[in-house]
Structure formats: C-alpha cells, structure tokens
Design a protein around this ligand. Structure first.
Ligand code: SF4
Length: 77
C-alpha cells in the first residue's frame, strides 16, 4: 500500500505549471495503459421521465415537467 501524500507534496503538484502537470500525468498514464488505446463511452437514458426519485437536475425524474415524452424502462439487453 502506498503512503498517503503529504501536504507539501500535494501543494507542489498544485503549483506545477499546467504543461508540466500534463506531461507528468501522461507519464503516469503510460505506466498503466496503452497510450494508443482509448475508451469511448456514451450516456444512455434508460428511464426517461419514469424515475420515481426527484433529483432536480435530472430529466429522467417523473416529478418534473421537462417536455420530454416519458418512456418505459429499457430492457437490460
Ligand atoms: S431522478 Fe435521480 S435517481 Fe432518478 S435517474 Fe435521475 S439522477 Fe438518477
């Protein structure tokens, strides 16, 4: 298990110039991942207008009039 960062280590990271930070991040990334490989993800609304929760920012909630047509919950497949 790695040791937790010290406050001065964290501050030093925040103080790095942006491109030095970017370069350092790329080096760490390349230690663990193929730099030529990318993952593409998309968001999918699976219960548009049909969720029983009432998160105010979410158009999937059934409690707010968003102008969207409610749809049935998508099948897992
Ligand atoms: S209303 Fe809330 S719980 Fe329901 S889908 Fe939206 S964010 Fe998720």
């Amino acid at each position: 298990m790695e040791k937790p960062w010290t406050l001065s280590q964290a501050r030093a990271l925040f103080d790095l110039p942006f491109f030095a930070l970017l370069f350092q991040a790329q080096q760490v990334h390349r230690q663990h991942f193929d730099p030529q490989q990318i993952q593409i993800s998309t968001l999918l609304s699976i219960k548009t207008g049909a969720c029983p929760e009432k998160c105010k920012y979410c158009p999937q909630s059934a409690r707010y009039k968003t102008g969207l047509k409610a749809e049935r919950l998508l099948e897992v497949q």
